[in-house]
Design a protein around this ligand. Structure first.
Ligand code: ADP
Ligand code: ZN
Length: 616
């Protein structure tokens, strides 16, 4: 909860007060209704109403005993006692004047005038003022309620930052595994926050902004919280998109409010996640909300520039798209420090897995080493989710410890989605079995492809089956030989379909996409085609694409050449794959048959059928 502000609305919330609030409304409504009907009933009079001329005529004839005048109402009591009649005169006219004009002697009848003017003026004042008063009261209450709810549009000016004060549970650097480089750089920020005097004494400028760059789930938020935890300062956290609202100017107001709060709690850390959603390069507006974003961004810049050295508020921004950021944001004195986080490598994965295994029981066969190898490409968040999912699976089956099977299933689910067990025709199963066996066999007989880890014809998410070749080591570079074989392995499924059924299915569309991407990158980025080293790939420059897939910056001639080279690589890959499945058709059949039987094979079961992998 953000501090301050909302105290007063709190005490309006107790039951008695809300009862009184409700009662007041009913009383007001009741009053309004009364006045309304009082006015109405004035015109629906019990005695018969007649024209004033009739009464005058009756007076002339001497039938009338007495006249009562109440405001504009004239009531005549007839001499025969049993009847009376009511009429109306014009408001301004006096009854004496009317009688005189009609040549009636005012002495011929008793006249009693009641002064009603004060009553009338009250009624007219009340009926004029009351509806307005009622409306004001209603709006006031709606406003209050919306404010209490804190998420109505009326709370627009307040920042929505979540605050972790000094006293809330602390995250420490030891809760973040791997990312040693980033921790080292952030250690400095911790020092600044802890002992600013030390740095000021030497005239050092305390940084105002740190940009954390990295894909999602690598621990940017966690690390920022750890900085606050290590320094023992409050942590204000908000996502860039939360500044954006339907009302222009709201974002800027929220920024102002959040910085004001942070300054009050200084030294403090403000964490802005997805900062690219506000800090997107100006003039590169994609879609609406442009003005709003610009105002919000400007307000952040104003606030950061306005920090004095005594404020000691450090803003940490996180993004996975630093290329989209406005250059003004990364100028000196703003987010001028950059900490990069990458997906964890093998060693780091081991440590993250170890950290998240704490407090969960595992069977003895579970090996961190094996898990870490198998989870290349997983982020810290993926790993944490995987271990949690494994625990859930084990619990569902009433196990007392998490075993390798749970972990394997959890890892596969994390990347491919949950299993979809649905009715599949025998023909479809056979097609899938040969398709996956095709990938596996082609991969197996190509020397640069990693060993098969798992094959399955159980569909998950979008895929009908899968074959996995996780890298056995972390490679920072790919070679041309490996990429060419990767194209072949990707097309291995389709090659097997062609060989066995002499037909091909739509099941290979994502394989073809992967193969095409690899081939195109080889030609346009890696200089691995006869065109030689040249970059023809579309690039992102400050949020705008230069060049495009259909060749924005390429001459038509060059474009045709690129297409031809990509085509050549794909054709070669397919014929390599086809040759392998032809040559090893017996093994292909065996693998497919086994898959139809058991649906999923692990690396060892596969190796039993095809023999040991010969690597390059
Ligand atoms: P990001 O902000 O980069 O998207 P988060 O910090 O939100 O990622 O990470 C989400 C969760 O993933 C964390 O709460 C933590 O459980 C786990 N996690 C991510 N990276 C790590 C890491 N390096 N060490 C330990 N846990 C991690
Ligand atoms: Zn496939």
């Amino acid at each position: 909860m953000p501090n301050g502000k909302k105290r007063s609305s709190k005490d309006l919330n107790n039951p008695l007060v809300s009862f009184l609030k409700g009662a007041a409304v009913y009383v007001l409504i009741g009053l309004a209704a009364l006045i309304f009907f009082a006015n109405l009933s004035g015109s629906v009079e019990q005695s018969k109403e007649v024209p004033i001329s009739k009464i005058i005529a009756d007076i002339k004839e001497g039938k009338v005993d007495k006249l009562h005048v109440e405001g504009e109402k004239v009531i005549a009591d007839y001499k025969d006692a049993s009847s009376n009649a009511t009429s109306r005169k014009e408001p301004g006219d006096s009854i004496y004047q009317i009688l005189k004009n009609a040549d009636v002697d005012s002495q011929s009848v008793q006249i009693e005038v009641k002064d009603l003017s004060w009553q009338q003026s009250w009624i007219s004042i009340l009926s004029g003022v009351l509806p307005i008063a009622l409306m004001v009261v209603f709006f006031f209450m709606i406003f209050r309620q919306a404010k209490d709810g804190a998420n109505g549009i009326f709370s627009f000016g307040q920042s929505r930052a979540r605050v972790f004060s000094k006293d809330s549970p602390q995250v420490k650097f030891s809760d973040v595994a791997g990312v040693d480089e980033a921790k080292r750089e952030l250690q400095e920020v911790v020092e600044f926050l802890k002992t600013p005097e030390k740095f000021k004494a030497l005239g050092a400028r305390i940084p105002k902004g740190v940009l954390m760059v990295g894909p999602s789930g690598v621990g940017k938020t966690l690390l920022a919280r750890a900085v606050a935890g290590e320094a023992g300062v409050p942590f204000f956290s908000i996502a860039g998109s939360e500044f954006m609202e339907m009302l222009v100017g709201v974002g800027a107001a929220r920024v102002r409010d959040m910085f004001a709060q942070a300054k009050k709690g200084a030294p403090a850390i403000i964490f802005i996640d997805e900062i690219e959603s506000i800090g997107r390069a100006r003039g590169m507006g994609m879609g609406g909300g442009h003005d709003e974003r610009e105002q919000t961004l400007n307000q952040i810049l104003v606030e950061m520039d306005g920090f004095s050295q005594n404020d000691l508020v450090i803003v940490i921004g996180a993004t996975n798209r630093p290329d989209l950021l406005d250059p003004a944001l990364v100028r000196p004195g703003r987010f001028d420090r950059r900490v990069t986080l990458n997906l964890p490598d093998l060693e780091e994965r081991k440590r993250i897995i170890g950290l998240h295994m704490q407090g969960k029981p595992f069977t003895k066969e579970v090996s961190i080493e094996k898990l870490a190898r198998r989870t290349s490409g997983f982020s810290g968040a993926d790993l944490a989710n995987m271990l949690n999912e494994a625990a859930i699976l084990a619990a569902r089956e009433n196990k007392t410890a998490i075993d390798q099977i749970d972990l394997e299933e959890a890892a596969t689910k994390e990347k491919l989605g949950p299993e979809r067990r649905h009715l599949v025709s025998e023909a479809d199963r056979k097609l899938s079995a040969y398709h996956e066996a095709g990938h596996a066999v082609v991969g197996h007989f190509l020397p640069h492809i990693d060993p098969v880890h798992r094959i399955s014809i159980v569909s998950r998410g979008m895929s009908g089956g899968h074959t996995m070749f996780p890298p056995t080591e972390d490679r920072s570079n790919e070679t041309r030989s490996r990429l060419i074989e990767q194209i072949a392995a990707a097309l291995g499924g389709q090659a097997a379909e062609k060989l066995i059924f002499d037909d091909i299915s739509t099941g290979a569309s994502s394989d073809i996409k992967v193969a095409t991407e690899v081939a195109r990158a080889m030609v346009t980025e890696y200089g691995m085609s006869p065109i030689g080293p040249i970059n023809l790939a579309p690039t992102m420059v400050f949020g705008a694409w230069r060049g495009s897939d259909n060749g924005g910056e390429m001459s038509p001639e060059l474009h045709a050449v690129v297409d031809k080279e990509v085509r050549k690589l794909l054709d070669q890959g397919f014929s390599t794959a086809l040759n392998v499945v032809k040559k090893h058709k017996a093994k292909l059949d065996k693998v497919a048959k086994k898959l139809l039987e058991v649906e999923t094979l692990d690396g060892d079961q596969f190796a039993k059928i095809v023999g040991k992998k010969v690597v390059a």
